[in-house]
Design a protein around this ligand. Structure first.
Ligand SMILES: [Zn+2]
Length: 264
């Protein structure tokens, strides 16, 4: 009974009062700090352009806050990156119902890497084995490092999975053990996804309906995926036209990281 209560509370927090819970889990001390830096309207997503571009490497030049303005100006000129803060009246008002909990994800880089699970136990608590399976597929594909993925993000992914009729979500990028530690990918609360037969536009549009405040959603038309993250408000949206596969330095593993596979 007590346990149920506790779980219920946790669940309510996760689903309802979105931001706070996950924060604690992702160890976001520095998160908020980072996100506070940019004056909301400009750089919104310090982690955005570069980090999110997640395909294989993609994207834009190093995203230092001080370059925000320049990058923005640039994007106007070249149309590479366009982003905006989401006003409150564009956010979802109604509480988000619980998804089925079903979720099938497949690594885009390695299709043999699959997790097909339900994130919930019958009593509504999270299924630990399921979470581990998901964390494994969402691991850093450069270093194979795993990190517990934000539960709130997994709930959102289950909603996406439900909505599109149970087609597997292809994971272009999940956790990234990367140099740029302000990235939501590094924090385990972002994933870049696509779904066979579903346009990124549709995924983006549906993801937006889930946002009660505290989501980042970016679309990458040239790479064909959608970035979804959970973050401290404000919510943010962007389009990034940068080409796939630029191996941005901030996405590379931290300095000093040893390439296990080459050593063995
Ligand atoms: Zn991303």
């Amino acid at each position: 009974m007590l346990r149920r209560l506790a779980l219920g509370t946790a669940f309510a927090l996760v689903v309802g009062a979105v931001p706070p819970v996950v924060r604690a889990e992702a160890g976001n001390v520095q998160v908020d700090k980072v996100q506070a830096e940019p004056p909301a309207a400009t750089i919104e997503e310090p982690t955005t352009p570069a980090e999110a571009v997640g395909n294989s490497g993609d994207d834009t030049p190093a995203p230092k806050p001080s370059r925000a303005r320049r990058r923005r100006g640039k994007s106007r000129l070249h149309g590479r990156f366009v982003g905006r803060v989401v006003p409150d009246d564009k956010l979802r008002k109604e509480p988000l119902q619980r998804p089925s909990g079903n979720l099938k994800i497949v690594s885009a880089a390695n299709p043999g890497d699959v997790a097909s699970v339900n994130i919930y136990n019958d009593d509504g608590s999270y299924n630990v084995d399921a979470l581990e399976d998901l964390n494994h597929v969402l691991r850093c594909r450069r270093t194979d490092a795993e990190k517990p993925i934000d539960l709130q993000l997994l709930v959102l992914l289950s909603h996406v999975y439900d909505h599109f009729g149970g087609k597997p979500l292809e994971i272009v990028s999940g956790y990234r053990n990367q140099r740029k530690q302000s990235s939501n990918h590094f924090k385990g609360r972002a994933s870049d996804i696509r779904i066979a037969g579903v346009s990124p536009k549709k995924i983006e549009a549906f993801a937006e309906t889930l946002d009660r405040g505290g989501m980042g959603i970016g679309i990458y038309p040239r790479s064909g995926f959608v970035h979804v993250d959970v973050r401290s408000p404000p919510s943010y949206r962007w389009t990034d036209y940068s080409p796939p596969n630029s191996n941005a330095a901030e996405k590379r593993p931290p300095r000093g990281w040893k390439r296990k596979k080459l050593e063995s």
